[in-house]
Design a protein around this ligand. Structure first.
Ligand code: ADP
Ligand code: AMP
Length: 221
């Protein structure tokens, strides 16, 4: 049966933070398209070289690059019993492609939680975000600081600020969400999958609301 979740929300809403915890609770992989891209950037692969300029500007990487990369990840055996998708889909074309991939696997999504925050809150969260170079865990200088500055609580790795953490890229990412990703809210509402979660609460309270919604949709816990 399994549990297949897509997390929607503005950049900075807390998708990565929650996806990590939810995936652990469900025992399924956390698949983040942004993390997949950052692996390609680190390894300087051909895909990474094609994607870099888009990412650094805060633009979307074209669908023809993104869809294949995520489809390949979802086809791996560890996703057979479910996954938590974070950052994908971001366009209607990507959502349609995801539906085709799941059709071929003989399965479908269970739930699409929308983590709702205002653009002001999203910007404040993005501007203090630090990311672990080794395991990808995210922190915030004010809202979710690591125990020791610059060091990951989870794995001891070094914390850094992503190359797309600039005020210009932040503004561009919010604009891109409005133009290209926001239509997915109606897309998934019409499919009967959308559940709205108040993202302007503590990380623990968002986690509790999210877990209750996912448990009901997937019949787990
Ligand atoms: P997204 O994946 O949606 O872009 P992240 O999970 O990376 O968002 O979170 C963005 C920033 O906000 C991070 O620095 C994270 O530590 C912080 N954050 C996440 N959830 C909350 C919350 N509920 N309250 C305050 N800060 C949060
Ligand atoms: P994220 O880690 O989700 O904030 O993503 C970082 C950047 O990677 C985005 O600003 C985009 O440039 C790119 N990216 C991630 N996911 C997608 C996607 N589904 N479609 C297009 N570009 C993406």
């Amino acid at each position: 049966m399994g549990c297949r979740v897509v997390l929607l929300g503005l950049p900075g809403a807390g998708k990565g933070t929650q996806a990590e915890r939810l995936a652990k609770a469900l025992g399924v992989p956390h698949v983040a398209s942004g993390d997949l891209f950052r692996e390609h950037l680190n390894k300087n692969t051909e895909l990474g070289q094609r994607a870099r300029a888009y990412i650094d500007r805060g633009d979307l990487v074209p669908d023809e690059i993104t869809i294949g990369m995520v489809a390949e990840r979802l086809a791996r055996p560890d996703c057979a019993d479910g996954f938590v998708l974070d950052g994908f889909p971001r366009t209607v074309a990507q959502a349609e492609a995801l539906e085709r991939v799941l059709d071929r696997m003989g399965t479908r999504l269970n739930i699409v939680p929308l983590i709702q925050v205002s653009e002001e809150v999203a910007l404040a969260r993005l501007s203090g975000r630090w990311t672990c170079r080794k395991c990808g865990a995210v922190y915030h200088t004010l809202f979710n600081p690591p125990k020791q500055p610059g060091v990951c609580d989870v794995c001891g790795g070094e914390l850094y600020q992503r190359s797309d953490e600039t005020p210009e890229a932040h503004r561009r990412r919010l604009e891109v969400y409005r133009e290209q990703t926001a239509p997915l809210v109606d897309y998934y509402r019409r499919a009967g999958l959308l559940v709205e979660i108040n993202g302007e609460q503590s990380i623990e309270d968002v986690q509790a609301d999210l877990w209750a919604a996912v448990r009901a949709a997937c019949g787990v816990g």
